[in-house]
Design a protein around this ligand. Structure first.
Ligand SMILES: [Zn+2]
Length: 254
């Protein structure tokens, strides 16, 4: 993990960002329908998925494509979606969709964003270190402003990975916008609950280390801690910095 790696990553997603900034609503609709078409043509067959190896060195057989959107969620980047980076194990897909359905009942009207998953056949998916065998998924941090849901940062495409939040979870460019940690904790609790119905469990949560206190201090965060779901204890500085705008989940088959 060197400097060149980071710079190239930044440039790639900055390019994605420019493309999005100039997108007219007409073009936006076209991209949406392209994603819908891509989903229709690539959602996969009924053969059982198989995760081989580990999240950091592995492959995926019979991966399934996450839907581009649902009632209360959507995939965060058409560029990423069309590049084939939203594939996952079928059990993970069932788990994630059931989680959104459950969130829809508990938080009516609340919208959520799904971020990168895996390649169709798994393997390396730059710049992620993991996400290789269809058992890793990134979820956008839900944001709030004055206790209301805040969505204005949700449509930045892959540049979303570079948004900065301070150690209390406040957006660096506008401290009135902050991460809704209670909702993050609730989402993780539901993900684990639904995972277990699909012979999976949440084996690891990655968020920026400095944000763990905020996560655990909320009502659902206390339950998350009490349940013993593993939240990572140390990260390299770069990986740590990248996990403030989203949280990463590794699932494990049980
Ligand atoms: Zn991740």
């Amino acid at each position: 993990m060197g400097r060149t790696y980071l710079i190239t990553f930044v440039c790639t997603i900055a390019f994605g960002c420019n493309a999005q900034d100039t997108t007219t609503s007409k073009k936006h609709n076209k991209i949406n329908s392209l994603s819908d078409l891509y989903y229709k043509n690539n959602k996969g067959d009924s053969l059982p998925s198989k995760s081989l190896g580990t999240v950091s060195k592995g492959t995926l057989e019979n991966g399934k494509l996450m839907p581009n959107e649902g009632e209360n969620f959507s995939y965060f980047s058409a560029e990423s979606y069309l590049a084939g980076r939203a594939y996952t194990h079928e059990k993970v897909m069932k788990t994630v969709l059931a989680t959104y359905a459950s969130l829809g009942k508990k938080y009516p009207g609340r919208q959520f964003k799904l971020m990168e998953c895996s390649n169709e056949k798994g393997g390396k998916i730059w710049p992620h270190h993991t996400h290789q065998n269809g058992l890793s998924v990134d979820f956008m941090m839900p944001l709030k402003q004055s206790d209301s849901a805040y969505y204005k940062l949700d449509d930045r495409g892959r540049a979303h990975y570079l948004l900065d939040f301070d150690d209390r979870g406040r957006y660096s460019a506008d401290s009135t916008v902050s991460i809704d940690f209670d909702l993050v904790a609730k989402q993780i609790l539901i993900l684990d609950e639904q995972a277990r119905k699909n012979h999976l469990k949440v084996s690891k949560v990655i968020i920026k280390i400095e944000l763990k206190d905020e996560l655990y201090s909320t009502p659902h965060g206390k339950k998350l801690k009490a349940k013993g779901i593993y939240v990572v204890k140390a990260l390299t500085p770069l990986i740590n910095d990248l996990h403030d705008d989203h949280f990463h989940i590794d699932f494990e088959e049980i």
